[in-house]
Design a binder for this molecule. Structure first.
Ligand SMILES: NC(=O)C1=CN([C@@H]2O[C@H](COP(=O)(O)OP(=O)(O)OC[C@H]3O[C@@H](n4cnc5c(N)ncnc54)[C@H](OP(=O)(O)O)[C@@H]3O)[C@@H](O)[C@H]2O)C=CC1
Ligand SMILES: CC(C)CCC[C@@H](C)[C@H]1CC[C@H]2C3=C(CC[C@]12C)[C@@]1(C)CCC(=O)C[C@@H]1CC3
Length: 335
């Protein structure tokens, strides 16, 4: 039986490299590219078919930052499939990133220099906005849209006598210090990206508690620092190209400079091949590249509290309930 794999944010960067690698790993899959832009999705499909002419690839239009779009997409998925084997929750944004040069220069001469390069802790701030649903955009895209998608697709993910996997593209930039249960959308702070990634780690832990007994497993990955549209938003691509020799050098001190989307997808592909029951729900699976360019996966324990994860999950359910009422009222008004 063909495995059905859905990837959000599949049209570029790590998502696209993941699709390419999954098709090489397993020729017997149906790949569904879940993207917000149809043209970019079609271009990605063409590129994948160019290298894998026999591949079975479909497209699904979804803006994970928009609740209505997620609900529509989930309806469409339920029409197309009776089960889902994998969902890669990969789509993500980091809007208007600003690099704090002062912190960077200070960090260069501190004992924490390797950690700074590996996690970007304290180096980046973002400017977030409120979206049409009244949610903070980064939270809505990186966390809540994916949460709603999972909730909607529960019957396809929790099927008797089979297991399904949720695989999140989190980050080493997920810091506990950026997240607060009192402001889980991070409307007050300037590290919405870091907060959203920590939130996805908490959510993954809570999902395992909720759904493992029904055969659904969730894992988080960190792709390392990868050159993609997201990082080109931090510094322009020509600058990254210019400093590439320095980055190859840094690779000898930290294995997190994976740099290419192919390398960054290592942990995501590795998880595809694992028995989900053997995985540690508290581990983050890091894609690593050694100084000599060898790829491997390194699981690291996450700094998460079970009670915080449960409290956050409860808050997400409450928000879901509130928004569903709003959407319902809007639909009634249109009728
Ligand atoms: N690059 C890096 O160093 C790291 C990246 N990550 C994470 O990896 C993931 C992939 O990012 P990366 O490949 O780097 O960057 P890209 O910008 O190349 O990829 C992001 C993907 O997400 C899609 N996307 C963004 N917003 C939405 C939305 N609202 N609805 C649907 N799709 C959306 C983008 O679509 P579109 O093309 O239409 O914008 C794109 O396909 C992200 O979650 C990111 O946080 C984590 C750690 C490090
Ligand atoms: C000489 C150069 C290597 C200087 C680059 C400095 C910074 C721009 C980068 C150092 C660590 C990087 C990093 C990220 C962005 C760019 C850096 C801050 C991420 C935050 C990008 C998105 C992620 O999810 C994690 C990355 C961690 C490391």
């Amino acid at each position: 039986m063909k495995r059905i794999v859905l990837v959000t944010g599949a049209n570029s960067g790590i998502g696209l490299a993941l699709c390419e690698r999954l098709l090489t790993t397993d020729s017997e899959i149906h790949l569904c590219l879940a993207c917000r832009n149809t043209q970019r999705a079609m271009a990605a499909r063409s590129a994948l078919l160019h290298s894998h002419p026999e591949a079975d690839i479909s497209l699904l239009k979804v803006d994970v930052g928009d609740m209505n779009s997620v609900l529509e997409a989930a309806k469409e998925i339920k029409k197309r499939y009776s089960r889902l084997d994998y969902i890669y929750l990969n789509a993500g944004i980091m809007p208007n990133p600003q690099l704090n040069l002062k912190v960077f220069v200070k960090g260069l001469f501190s004992r924490k220099v390797v950690r700074m390069f590996a996690t970007g802790e304290g180096l980046l701030t973002q400017e977030d906005h409120v979206n049409a649903n009244g949610l903070q955009k980064v939270f809505a895209t990186n966390v809540f849209g994916h949460f709603i998608l999972i909730k909607e697709l529960e019957p396809l993910l929790c099927c008797p006598s089979m297991t399904s996997q949720l695989i999140w593209t989190s980050s080493s930039n997920a810091h506990k210090s950026a997240f607060s249960l009192d402001d889980y959308q991070h409307s007050q702070g300037i590290e919405s990206y870091s907060s959203s990634k920590y939130a996805s780690d908490l959510l993954s832990l809570a999902l395992n508690r909720q759904f493992n007994r029904r055969g659904l497993y969730s894992s988080v990955t960190c792709p390392g620092l990868v050159m993609t549209n997201l990082t080109y938003g931090i510094l322009p691509s020509f600058f990254w190209t210019l400093i590439m020799p320095i980055m190859f050098l840094i690779r000898f001190f930290t294995n997190s400079f994976t740099l290419t989307p192919y390398n960054g997808a290592e942990a995501l592909v590795w998880l595809y091949k694992q028995n989900p029951e053997s995985l540690d729900p508290r581990a983050k699976y890091h894609s690593c590249t050694s100084g000599l360019g060898n790829n491997y996966v390194n699981p690291k324990k996450m700094d998460l509290r079970e009670d915080t994860a449960e409290a956050f999950y409860k808050q997400l359910l409450e928000l879901e309930h509130k928004l569903r009422q709003k959407v319902g009222v809007a639909e009634e008004a249109i009728k």
